[in-house]
Design a protein around this ligand. Structure first.
Ligand code: MSP
Length: 637
């Protein structure tokens, strides 16, 4: 089977209630991948939808005095509106109540029954309604659902079973042969452990539950909602309805799911596919939860955050940016409005917005608004190199499904460009007639870096890239990933100043410093520290150190681990500056180290000292170092 389409899916959501920022999280992430691959010229199939059957849905409808279908219709229209508000570019929205899907489910059920993979028996076990999960007594923890800890209902009824046990060894072998099948790796290990405990046959029908797809030929029974739901991925790929599309689309590249439903996707789903003789998806990626005060944001917990309200208040790109950047993709992380506002103020308004604003203002002031000519060979390599590095960083991060890291790659480029303005001081070049060509070069480079940034941001943000291009006077349409190559801006474009890209949101809490663990508290910043004596100052052993190596610290998106040379000595220091510098920015640079600071263990790494950095009220941070070449190990006095 030759697959030509890049196929990505979200879970299909229960339309028992309006969706939350948690559901938006998965969907926006999937959208970013879909946009990225489209931008690269690949054909993409991006599907989402709703999981409308099952006991939970039936109960939610009953509680509201509605028929399940009526409740589903109402919630689904809200979901579609939400996805439009968030600019979700799905290609298919599948509802499990659609005839095209019911046909697939019944056909699969019949096929598995006719080949002996489904048989009839009696089920005795337990049911977790919120998870729609079936459990044998041996798997319960303290008599509760082992996944979510909520109470379960005892069931004894006639049932059809899927012979899942038959596939246990093949599945374990598959895990071993395809170590990337389930990611992050920790979730793969959980799955291996789960399967090694023994796979039982799975009950795939419920007796007397009217809200479900009937078992073919036995309408007393309806098909288990997870059996029904998982098959949505085949329905949307064209299974049984469009053979040529199915051949081009299946298997999926990645099923994005929350960590609580990895088991369904990494155990039940592959065994069903094995039974059907179909290839398995490339990857099941289980991301972490968005938490609110340490608790999962969820409908059943009632701590909903309405994404519509956030978009209305802060704009679609701010919300998308926050969702994709704030939490390392894969780990749990917290949602707070404060953190959202900080991202808007620091990353978007200050770093990106100011870069655009300053560039447009300088092109206007120093060159009558016209982008100056590009003189190949003259350009300052540092910025070009930063742009090329950022492209590679985004590409590598997207391949590894590390969305937050991809955005960090763009952030470092934006910061490099802001530093470039400080270094080159275009206003000084403007005063010097002999520096005309150099000034042209600087202005061109800034426009160019913003053009590249707009492309790099296009998978993540939906309005900002066009606004950047418009402000630079570039053509708005037809952007492709290949255009990230340096030198694409055509000189002669006329820049246009307009509204700021993002408005800073006034907050009384200046907590931007939290980015940087060694930064002073706001109070310390406001009041100057008391006077100290020279002797007290001399107690500090400050040394010039050279950065030999620098890497990010796993699962800690603010931290870098630096290997420093101090004369003959080598030391490791962990520093909270990863939001401001990419590792490559630092290697080979000289910094100032507080060498006699008491060592500390940070994320299991022994950190021997602290490097100095300055930070300002606008969230900028700059590492401090000597102005000219000097041996490492030199004392700073
Ligand atoms: N219907 C099943 C999925 C079937 S897929 C074949 C289901 N639906 S759900 O409505 O409960 O949605 C669960 C999914 O929503 C999670 O797997 C996750 O993708 C997303 N999230 C909902 N709340 C979330 C958070 N608070 N944080 C992160 N993601 C969360 O399960």
């Amino acid at each position: 089977m030759s697959r030509q389409v890049w196929f990505i899916t979200t879970p299909i959501y229960y339309p028992s209630d309006n969706l939350t920022i948690g559901h938006a999280y998965t969907t926006v992430a999937a959208d970013a991948f879909a946009r990225y691959h489209r931008l690269r010229g690949e054909e993409v199939w991006f599907s989402t939808g709703t999981d409308e059957h099952g006991q939970k849905m039936e109960r939610a409808a009953r509680d509201q005095g509605l028929l399940p279908a009526a409740l589903a219709d109402r919630v689904v229209s809200g979901i579609r509106e939400l996805w439009a508000t968030l600019h979700i570019s799905y290609d298919d929205f599948v509802r499990t109540t659609e005839v095209r899907h019911e046909r697939v489910v019944q056909a699969v059920f019949e096929q598995l029954k006719s080949q002996g993979d489904i048989y009839r028996g009696e089920y005795t076990g337990f049911y977790c309604e919120p998870d729609e999960a079936l459990w044998l007594e041996s798997r319960l923890v303290d008599g509760k659902c082992p996944d979510c800890g909520r109470p379960v209902i005892r069931l004894t009824e006639d049932s059809y079973f899927f012979r899942m046990s038959r596939y246990q060894d093949r599945l374990l072998q598959y895990f071993r042969d395809h170590p990337d099948f389930v990611e992050p790796q920790s979730r793969l290990h959980e799955m291996i452990k789960f399967v090694e405990q023994g796979l039982e046959d799975l009950s795939v029908s419920r007796q007397g539950l009217s809200w479900g797809i009937p078992v073919p030929g036995d309408p007393e029974h309806s098909i288990y909602v997870w059996f029904d739901a998982l098959l949505n991925y085949l329905t949307t790929a064209g299974y049984g309805s469009d053979a040529s599309r199915f051949a081009r689309t299946w298997p999926s590249n990645v099923h994005l799911v929350g960590k609580e439903i990895v088991r369904f996707h990494a155990v039940i789903w592959p065994t069903l596919l094995m039974a059907l003789g179909l290839p398995l998806p490339d990857r099941v990626f289980g991301h972490g939860w968005l938490l609110l005060e340490d608790t999962k944001i969820s409908k059943s917990r009632g701590n909903l955050i309405d994404p519509n309200m956030l978009v209305a208040r802060y704009g679609v790109d701010a919300v998308r940016y926050f969702l994709l950047r704030e939490v390392p993709f894969g780990a749990d992380g917290s949602y707070s409005e404060k953190a959202l506002v900080r991202r808007i103020n620091v990353d978007l308004a200050n770093d990106l917005g100011n870069l655009l604003h300053r560039t447009v203002a300088m092109v206007t002031q120093f060159n009558g608004g016209v982008v100056p000519p590009y003189r190949a060979g003259l350009e300052t390599p540092s910025l070009r190199r930063a742009a090329e590095l950022a492209v590679v960083e985004v590409e590598e991060a997207m391949d590894r499904l590390e969305l937050h890291r991809a955005i960090m790659g763009v952030q470092s480029l934006v910061r490099a460009a802001n530093r470039y303005i400080e270094d080159r001081q275009p206003w000084a070049l403007h005063r010097d007639p002999a520096a005309r060509e150099l000034l042209d070069d600087v202005l061109y480079n800034l426009v160019e870096v913003l053009r590249v940034t707009a492309i790099l941001l296009s998978p993540f943000l939906v309005e900002t890239p066009t606004r950047i291009r418009r402000a630079l006077g570039l053509a708005e349409a037809g952007t492709a990933w290949a255009e990230v190559a340096w030198g694409g801006t055509v000189p002669g474009c006329v820049v246009k100043s307009g509204d700021p890209l993002f408005r800073r949101i006034d907050t009384h809490e200046d907590d931007d410093r939290a980015e940087h663990p060694m930064a002073p508290e706001p109070e310390a910043r406001a009041a100057r520290p008391s006077v100290i004596s020279v002797e007290e100052f001399r107690r500090l052993d400050l040394r010039v150190a050279r950065v030999r190596e620098c890497v990010r610290v796993d699962n800690a998106d603010r931290l870098l681990k630096l290997t420093l040379e101090i004369g003959e000595e080598t030391r490791t220091v962990v520093s909270g500056i990863a939001a401001h510098y990419a590792p490559a920015d630092l290697v080979g640079r000289s910094v100032v180290l507080v060498a006699n600071l008491k060592p500390a263990t940070i994320r299991g790494i022994r950190s021997e000292g602290m490097i100095l950095a300055a930070s300002d009220d606008e969230g900028r941070l700059s590492v401090v170092g000597p102005w000219s070449g000097i041996n490492s190990g030199s004392r700073v006095t």
